[in-house]
Design a protein around this ligand. Structure first.
Ligand code: OXT
Ligand code: ADP
Ligand code: MG
Length: 576
């Protein structure tokens, strides 16, 4: 059945024709891709219009980077490639950071970009927005393809989709030169050239010997620990993972975006005893988490003196031994691996020694008790804990809301304070600690899941994507943005000792970000106490109206780089 082909008269004989525009749209629809995030312009304006007319949801952003971050997180949430559509050179480059971010975070995404004409680009004759985009994209993504002929559009999209979601997911670039869109071909032949990708992310079964080896190592542990990463959240094997963790009896530590895979209040959760479990565990099983900087590369002070054995479950064989020796590598997709573990575990699997689980429990209770009183203050201006204390209760009462989070203190303290209860509800800066994911993630989270979104943002972090509040208002999305506004990056108190310019880390004092939302018809609130903040957020979540709350935080409340100040290089020379 032809759905978008046009009837035209060609060369005197009536034949049904289609063109590049329609084939792109048909290829997307055939593969179940129903949403595009992008910014219109030459040469893809009509593509967006036609896609919208054909029933695809097309969300137009104010900047491609934010559309790209939306596509990236859509990929994480749905396991389908999120699609970002950009114009040539500058639009493409604006989308590229997000493509690289998707690749780094193992999120499936396709950056589809219009480009200028090959003949002119290759002779460097100065075409409109000339750039060899394919060459630029290649090192920043998992795969990059260019389609030159309408009859190859089907194959081009099939390759892009499969590359994005199979094996270790990642970002894919698809280059569509302007001329392609108006290329005409016979509609029936065009339809036949399309490819529905069968089983785009095939299960990758682990070897039985690898499963046995891993369970033998786990069984030998006196102080086992399971670390769940965002790969485990991505896998959508929630029930199997929960059963496995519970059957093992081991404490588990969720990485930031794996929080909620099992609830943070689960008795085995060691999130509030992080240092203790990393230092003292003797066997560590990583499930969809890499031993990168976020886990101090598996060595050094964080990991203590006691010898450790690592078990690693990952779809990417090259990940094994990347930082330290992996005693039991298990290569496969997490759903298959965890099911295989469950099957191979004996019915009478012994729980770890209570000496270990009680020590973890004790540390956890101590840390929770230490934090509790700090969350109860109603100070004005607020400190982070006072503000986050009320937001924590709101998420507890609305566990299916999606929490988007970025900043430095605004990120690290939110992660520690706000417990998560359901999988894939916490979306944040990811592996690169990138600022700017906020509004794109909030928009995609709302569009892809239909759930309410609470975005907790540092004032600097928000600035990277702030213009998208207009997008939120335009599409009437149930997004509540809370800006923890401490007048700057880390703090608002720095001074420039050498002149009248403001210090490099501070912003306009007392800025009213809430006015930005009002400018576009949304609700803006200035909250100066935790009580006011609580009231405003609850109202926003109840009404579903786009809302931005400027939460006034003490400018002196933050610390340099939040919890990662140790990564700042220090000058050996005396500070001026
Ligand atoms: O076990 P111990 O005792 O150690 O205690 C731990 C837990 O057990 C305990 N805990 C709990 N206690 C009680 N109850 C509960 N529930 C609980 N849960 C945990 O708490 C501690 C800490 O636990 P945590 O957090 O799990 O552990 P820790 O040690 O912090 O973990 C280490 C890490 C590395 C895993 C963790 O810190 C982490 O994930 N960090 C991510 C950090 C990150 O990515 N930061 C963002 C980048 S910072 C910087 O680069 C910024 N920039 C530059 C820039 C960037 N990034 N991007 C671009 C495009 N351009 C520029 C900028 C501009 S940040 C930034 C803006 C900042 O300003 P804002 O205004 O936005 O923000 P503010 O700072 O608010 O002003
Ligand atoms: P975190 O930052 O939460 O520690 P990382 O992004 O470092 O997580 O690690 C995620 C890991 O999960 C990557 O190594 C990736 O290859 C892996 N991964 C992603 N999806 C799957 C899957 N379905 N099955 C197995 N491994 C996966
Ligand atoms: Mg700040």
């Amino acid at each position: 059945m032809l759905n978008t082909a046009q009837k035209t008269e060609a060369a005197g004989a009536e034949q049904e024709l289609t063109d590049g525009f329609h084939l792109v749209i048909d290829a997307l629809k055939l593969n179940g891709i129903d949403t595009i995030y992008g910014v219109p312009g030459i040469p893809i304006t009509d593509l967006g219009r036609m896609a919208q007319a054909s029933g695809i949801r097309v969300l137009s952003f104010r900047h491609e980077q934010n559309a790209g971050y939306a596509a990236a997180i859509a990929g994480f949430l749905t396991k389908k490639p999120g699609v970002c559509l950009t114009v040539s050179a500058p639009g493409f480059l604006n989308g590229l950071t997000a493509l690289a971010h998707a690749t780094t975070n193992c999120f499936p995404m396709i950056l589809v970009s219009g480009s200028s004409e090959r003949e002119i680009v290759d002779l460097q004759q100065g075409d409109y927005e000339e750039m060899d985009q394919l060459a630029v994209a290649k090192p920043l993504c998992k795969a990059a393809f260019r389609v030159l002929h309408a009859q190859d559009i089907g194959i081009g999209f099939a390759r892009a989709i499969r590359a994005a979601v199979s094996g270790r997911p990642g970002g894919v670039y698809l280059d569509l030169p302007a001329k392609l869109f108006s290329q005409v071909m016979n509609a029936e032949a065009g339809q036949k050239s399309l490819v529905k990708v069968i089983d785009p992310a095939p299960a990758q079964l682990p070897a039985p010997a690898a499963i046995k080896r891993a369970l033998d190592v786990l069984k030998s542990a006196k102080r086992p620990l399971i670390i769940l990463g965002k790969g485990a959240a991505y896998a959508q094997a929630d029930e199997a993972i929960k059963n496995f963790v519970e059957k093992s009896g081991a404490p588990f530590l969720p990485m930031s975006m794996a929080k909620g895979l099992l609830p943070d209040l689960h008795p085995q959760c060691a999130g509030a005893a992080r240092s203790t479990v990393l230092k003292d565990a003797d066997v560590v099983m990583l499930i969809g988490a890499r031993l990168n900087w976020l886990l101090s590369h598996g060595k050094g002070k964080t990991w203590g003196e006691a010898p450790k054995k690592f078990i690693q479950v990952d779809i990417e064989p090259k990940e094994m031994d990347s930082n330290v020796e992996i005693a039991a590598p298990v290569v496969g997709d997490i759903a298959s691996c965890v099911s295989a573990f469950l099957e191979a575990m004996s019915a009478n699997w012994l729980a770890p020694p209570t000496e270990w689980t009680s020590a973890v429990q004790k540390k956890r209770e101590e840390n929770v008790a230490k934090m509790a009183p700090r969350l109860m203050n109603n100070n004005s201006p607020m400190d982070y804990h006072g503000a986050l204390g009320v937001l924590r209760t709101i998420i507890k009462e609305r566990p299916d809301a999606i929490l988007v989070n970025e900043g430095a203190n605004a990120l690290d303290l939110t992660r520690g304070v706000i417990d998560m209860y359901q999988p894939r509800k916490r979306l944040d800066v990811g592996t690169w600690g990138v600022m700017g994911i906020g509004m794109g993630s909030a928009i995609a989270a709302s569009v892809e899941t239909g759930k309410p979104v609470l975005a907790i943002e540092g004032d600097s972090a928000f600035g990277f994507s702030g213009m998208e509040v207009e997008t939120i208002c335009r599409y009437k999305l149930p997004v509540c943005v809370v800006i923890l506004n401490n007048d700057g990056i880390y703090r608002g108190t720095d001074l420039n000792s050498a002149g009248s310019d403001p210090a490099t880390t501070v912003f306009v004092k007392g800025a009213r970000y809430d006015k930005m939302m009002e400018a576009f018809g949304g609700v803006g609130v200035n909250a100066t106490t935790p009580d006011e903040l609580k009231r405003a957020v609850n109202e926003a979540m109840d009404s579903g109206k786009p809302t931005l709350i400027n939460a006034v935080i003490d400018p002196a409340a933050g610390s340099e780089s939040g919890r990662i100040g140790n990564l700042n290089p220090q000058s050996v020379l005396k500070k001026k």
